[in-house]
Design a protein around this ligand. Structure first.
Ligand code: HEC
Length: 139
């Protein structure tokens, strides 16, 4: 009987089965925490609900502030993503809560992408308990 090779394989299979049912650890924003599909959904929503005030390049129009660039970064750097989603839910100012939370998270990913954060493999979850653990951070 030859055990070498067999035992490590069993251990590996066991380890895989133990971790199978658990959520994958979330990638950091800088490693790609949302995917292209989600950002594109967010873009469609942005064009429908945000464009008139915040502009095509997110530079802001009239009283509406920019959603990309140095001013936006200095306001939101290190803030939990949940806070940013909460802020998006106050939009538009005269009709807060127009967007469902899942849609606000999709819009958020488009804003993150526009701020230069990379696309990844999976979607950013809309779960607030997850979004409180992730911070907006530009390198
Ligand atoms: C009718 C114009 C209007 C629309 C539409 C609108 N916004 Fe705003 N937004 C504003 C104004 C004005 C402010 C700043 C004052 C305030 O909060 O009321 C603001 C502030 C913000 C802020 C805070 C920016 C900062 O520097 O802290 C975010 C984030 C934001 N809006 C996102 C969005 C998103 C996402 C949408 C679309 C779902 C949207 N807004 C739609 C006018 C608008």
């Amino acid at each position: 009987m030859k055990y070498s090779g067999f035992i490590p394989a069993v251990v590996a299979a066991l380890a895989a089965s133990l971790t199978a049912g658990q959520p994958e650890s979330l990638p950091s924003l800088s490693a790609g925490a949302f995917n292209e599909e989600q950002a594109i959904r967010g873009q469609t929503l942005y064009y429908q609900h945000c464009l008139d005030c915040h502009g095509e390049t997110m530079a802001g129009v009239d009283k509406a502030p920019p959603l990309a660039g140095p001013q936006f970064t200095s306001t939101w750097q290190d803030a939990p993503l949940a806070a940013l989603v909460g802020r998006i839910l106050t939009m538009p100012p005269e009709k807060p809560g127009s967007l469902a939370q899942v849609d606000s998270v999709d819009v958020l990913t488009y804003i993150l992408w526009y701020n230069g954060l990379p696309l990844g493999e999976s979607e950013l979850p809309a779960d607030l308990s997850v979004l409180t653990t992730m911070n907006f951070q530009l390198p």
